[in-house]
Design a protein around this ligand. Structure first.
Ligand code: 16G
Ligand code: MG
Length: 562
């Protein structure tokens, strides 16, 4: 490393002191903490992003957001050149960087890493980082810290894209590396025009009796609401009313948003008895999660939740139906050459009823540990892979090779049988591939796909919710002395340590009809999470409660269950 580069790194990092007595971890999805302690972390992640760009010789992204956390928190994560999450191989280095105590320690870590990874670091190569942030007030000063970190690496430049949803930044990084326009207008244009195509392809008999074209969306008082206000004006055939846009003085994620709605199962702020029966949806603070809900009666604040598992099921039904139209020849026989390998990916939090439903549809269902990076990786192994977490984060991935096949097939069909059912199915699948964000789960594009499918099928939200009935479930969290004492295997369904705990959980689970229960250390909070499912709500509650007590007995302080 050149001397000028060494002194620039030392000088820049001496302006940012790391927090004392706090160990930061890149965690499930980037660093997250109270915004007041994050300036040095974000500055260092700026350096890390520049190194990642040098290493891959591609554009990378840096997003400043703490998603559904409270407004005083913030966070930072890197978007890899593919548009996905930072390669997991770099996470330990991210942790070391964030926790280095002095500029000298930081410099020696960088020097070592640059050598080990053979990163071109001679000032001759250029690096480019796209920056985005959500609407948090702390975002602006943290963004400045990121810029300073980036500019402490010779050849690295930052391009500030302003306030964006997390999925918009992922989309733009992916587009940029494919040589496509990577601007917000290009993003809006792609998703609104593919939505229009899907609506135009709705069968006439259904189109003629359409009635239910309004959806009311809770924007969590964050960036998603703001962006949806723009997007909604570009759509035809759908009316979107946005509440909690962040403009009315409401506090981000405070009694609003997808995380609140999914966990508490009550109406968010701004919704109530006037909304009984209406189709409602909720985004989270950075618009990468989406859930739907209805208010069933005006006498209570309870909602009927339509969660990520139901969104997954709706998508799976539609894709499967279109594939089967596409692959039938004139004699209604399946044409095996064009069979796509369609699979779905869930986590252990997926309601057991959803998994049974998907398996009954004849689909291959795979389980991974919690966190988008795990699900995304598995879904990418299919021709068409659909993944969702129950909390509303998910998308559909189409492989490049299958999409090329589909385009060629569509061209053939448009010559041989333009306007046929088969060709319409090909066009619908192509439109889904453009509408749905291929980089990461995206609440805005998923919202439009849900709306297009409901219109296509002529379904109300109630009809959609009846695809299957959720098994009663309960989630609890338990504070323990050291949550890392719990390790798990088999997609987090079995606790390997501490010894004996799994046997105790099994014995408790066996007492309940349709009982299922697992524990795992949270990746975002200092707690152990307990999930229980059973045939009745009382049974699910009692199973969760007993297992929380087991966790407390093995690992806790005595009686600290929340
Ligand atoms: C993060 C993850 C989400 C996961 C959640 C689990 C991303 C983009 N987000 O929000 O997928 O469900 O963490 O939190 O990966 P937990 O570990 O605290 O249960
Ligand atoms: Mg989020």
């Amino acid at each position: 490393m050149k001397e000028e580069q060494r002194s620039l790194l030392l000088q820049s990092s001496s302006l940012f002191s790391p927090p004392q007595g706090v160990k930061l971890s890149y965690g499930t999805a980037g660093f997250r903490a109270d915004a007041s302690i994050l300036r040095s972390t974000v500055h260092r992640v700026g350096m890390l992003a520049a190194l990642r760009s040098l290493k891959t010789q591609s554009v990378v992204g840096l997003m400043i957001t703490a998603s559904h956390n409270k407004v005083t928190d913030n966070g930072v994560k890197i978007v890899d050149p593919s548009g996905g999450m930072l390669s997991q191989e770099w996470e330990p280095f991210a942790d070391q960087l964030a926790n280095a105590q002095t500029p000298e320690a930081l410099l020696s870590l960088i020097t070592e890493f640059v050598e080990k990874e053979r990163i071109p670091f001679d000032g001759l190569q250029s690096a480019e980082i796209l920056l985005g942030r959500d609407t948090r007030p702390s975002g602006e000063s943290l963004l400045e810290a990121a810029k300073q970190g980036i500019s402490s690496i010779f050849g690295a430049i930052a391009l500030d894209l302003g306030i964006l949803t997390t999925p918009q930044l992922h989309w733009m990084v992916r587009a940029r590396n494919k040589g496509k326009p990577a601007t917000e207008p290009a993003y809006f244009e792609q998703i609104s025009s593919s939505f229009r195509c899907l609506v135009d392809l709705i069968p006439n008999e259904i189109k003629s009796n359409k009635k239910d074209n309004t959806v009311v969306v809770d924007g969590a008082d964050g960036v998603g609401g703001e962006k949806l206000e723009v997007l909604k004006n570009m759509l035809t055939g759908l009316v979107i009313e946005v509440r909690n846009t962040g403009k009315g003085g409401g506090l981000l994620n405070d009694g609003v948003g997808a995380d609140y709605v999914q966990k508490e199962k009550v109406v968010p702020r701004g919704f109530g008895s006037n909304d009984v029966g209406i189709r409602c949806a909720s985004l989270d603070g950075d618009a990468d999660r989406l859930v739907y809900f209805t208010v069933p009666t005006n006498s209570s604040s309870k909602i009927d939740l339509v969660d990520g598992d139901k969104i997954l099921s709706l998508f799976a039904v539609f894709i499967k139906e279109q594939l089967s139209i596409l692959t039938k020849d004139g004699n209604e026989n399946p044409n095996n050459n064009s069979q796509a390998r369609l699979g779905v990916v869930q986590t252990a939090y997926a309601n057991g009823a959803s998994t049974d439903y998907l398996k009954n549809l004849g689909l291959e269902v795979i389980f991974t540990p919690t966190g988008v990076k795990h699900l995304h990786e598995k879904a990418a192994q299919f021709d068409i892979g659909i993944y969702f977490e129950a909390n509303g984060h998910g998308t559909i991935l189409f492989s490049e090779s299958w999409l090329s096949w589909l385009e060629a097939r569509n061209n053939e069909l448009s010559l041989a049988s333009a306007g046929s059912e088969q060709q319409k199915a090909a066009l619908r699948l192509l439109s889904v591939g453009k509408l749905i964000n291929q980089a990461v789960g995206d609440a805005l594009s998923c919202l439009l796909l849900v709306e297009a499918i409901l219109q296509h099928k002529g379904w109300s939200i109630q009809k959609w919710n009846e695809l299957y009935q959720d098994l009663p479930s309960r989630q609890l969290k338990v504070k323990v002395v050291d949550r890392t004492a719990v390790t798990t295997t088999n997609a987090e369904t079995i606790a390997v340590s501490p010894p004996g705990i799994q046997e105790a959980i099994d014995a408790e689970t066996a007492k309940h009809l349709k009982g299922r229960c697992f524990i795992r250390p949270s990746g975002t909070e200092d707690v152990i999470r307990v999930y229980a499912e059973a045939s009745t709500q009382e049974a699910a509650d009692s199973l969760a409660d007993s297992v929380a007590k087991i966790v407390d007995r093995f690992l806790g302080f005595g009686s600290s269950k929340q």
